[in-house]
Design a protein around this ligand. Structure first.
Ligand code: FES
Length: 153
């Protein structure tokens, strides 16, 4: 039985030079994960927007506030002198419910179920504006009954 030995010669192509910091190199490898800047706060935005307009309806009165990206709507409302209901300030007790009539908020720190959030409800103590918003403070019972109903689904 004859055995054949093969020799593999590896050489670099003279036309290809590794330039890890160049755009040209990254374009040659489209599946290479791109490094993205990491921010310590997920609420920071790369845009120049520092605050959004938030209209709060409460007790048949509308108040427009400028809410910064790193503050909750509840915090701004209280700082502005609005007497809105709240208790734990942690997104747990559900004493600060609102109906999100327009806009988007980040309330990922709260305890509301995804179903309830998709129906347009929010907890003001953990709601950070992601756009201009319009919210209506609602009775706690309205949110509690919905949260319990969806928990049983
Ligand atoms: S104050 Fe408790 S959930 Fe908002």
């Amino acid at each position: 039985m004859a055995t054949t030995l093969h020799t593999l010669h590896l050489t670099t192509s003279p036309s290809f030079k590794s330039q890890p910091n160049s755009k040209k190199f990254q374009n040659l490898h489209p599946n290479t994960p791109q490094l993205k800047p990491h921010f310590s706060s997920r609420r920071l935005s790369s845009t120049s927007i520092n605050a959004y307009k938030v209209v709060i309806e409460h007790n048949n009165k509308s108040t427009e506030l400028e809410v910064e990206l790193d503050e909750t709507i509840l915090s701004k409302a209280l700082d502005s002198g609005l007497e809105v209901p709240y208790d734990c300030n942690l997104g747990v007790c559900m004493t600060c419910p609102a109906r999100l009539l327009d806009g988007k908020v980040d309330q990922s720190d709260g305890m509301l179920s995804d179903d309830v959030i998709e129906r347009g409800y929010a907890l003001m103590c953990v709601s950070y504006p992601k756009s201009d918003c319009h919210v209506r403070i609602i009775p706690e019972e309205e949110l509690l009954s919905l949260q319990l109903a969806t928990a049983n689904d």
